[in-house]
Design a protein. Structure first.
Length: 216
């Protein structure tokens, strides 16, 4: 039984997903709403072990199908162990990337096809679809520059998926835009190129309608 609200953050690298998710989480908690913040791949101890395999720059030979199944293995664990119980308890669940990322990266950009992704999604997520998906959008150069600066600061080694061609990133961005066109009620594009404060305002506006439904 689902009672809470499931909001996912999507968008290309460095667009500000994690930043905005944290800000929104804090804001909702400030309103005394119970919030679960989670991220993919990861979210659970098992998911984090799978994440290490997926993002390790040394794993260049990981084939697209194995990559797809590992993503969904981590997701299935997160759905079962964390997301569904939190939703059943009436929490607002904020998830940093979800099935739309797999649709866009593996389905579209890597060319596995969206049908295949939906097929595995049916097994892993068993009908769980976000109530709202915020695509934080920036142009490729801005996003990569932001992510690059951040990774240098944090000495991030989770870079396997960050080292793709510009053509790959162009496909990612176009696929997100297509998704928003195909599912306008669920998927909202937010211009992430603006100041953090302005993006925060746009995110807050976008969550008002589903929040009212939750609180009604
Ligand atoms: N609106 C903004 N303007 C300028 N810099 C920003 C903005 N939002 C976030 N940043 C900075 O850009 C970097 C990337 O932001 P963040 O980690 O939130 O992006 P992300 O979309 O989660 O990236 P990734 O796809 O790698 O997970 C961070 O250093 C963050 O502080
Ligand atoms: Mg992030």
């Amino acid at each position: 039984m689902k009672r809470g609200l499931f909001i996912t953050f999507e968008g290309p690298e460095g667009s500000g997903k994690s930043t905005q998710l944290r800000i929104l989480g804090k804001r909702l908690r400030g309103k005394n709403l119970p919030v679960l913040e989670t991220a993919e791949p990861g979210g659970t101890p098992i998911g984090l072990q799978i994440r290490r395999v997926l993002l390790d720059a040394k794993n260049q030979e990981l084939c697209p199908t194995a990559e797809l199944l590992l993503m969904f293995a981590a997701r299935a664990q997160n759905v079962d162990q964390a997301i569904l119980p939190a939703l059943a308890a009436g929490h607002v669940v904020l998830c940093d990337r979800f099935t739309d990322s797999t649709l866009v990266y593996q389905g579209a950009a890597r060319g596995l096809g969206t049908e295949l992704v939906y097929e595995v999604d049916r097994i892993a997520c068993r009908g769980l679809v976000p109530d709202l998906t915020l695509v934080i959008d920036v142009d490729i150069e801005t996003g990569l520059a932001r992510a690059h600066r951040r990774n240098q600061r944090t000495q991030d080694s989770e870079t396997r998926l960050d080292e793709q061609s510009l053509e790959f990133y162009r496909k990612v961005r176009a696929a997100y835009q297509q998704l928003a066109e195909d599912e306008p009620r669920r998927v909202k594009v937010i211009d992430g190129s603006r100041e953090e404060e302005d993006v925060k305002k746009a995110v807050w506006e976008a969550v008002q309608a589903p929040l009212q439904t939750l609180l009604a």
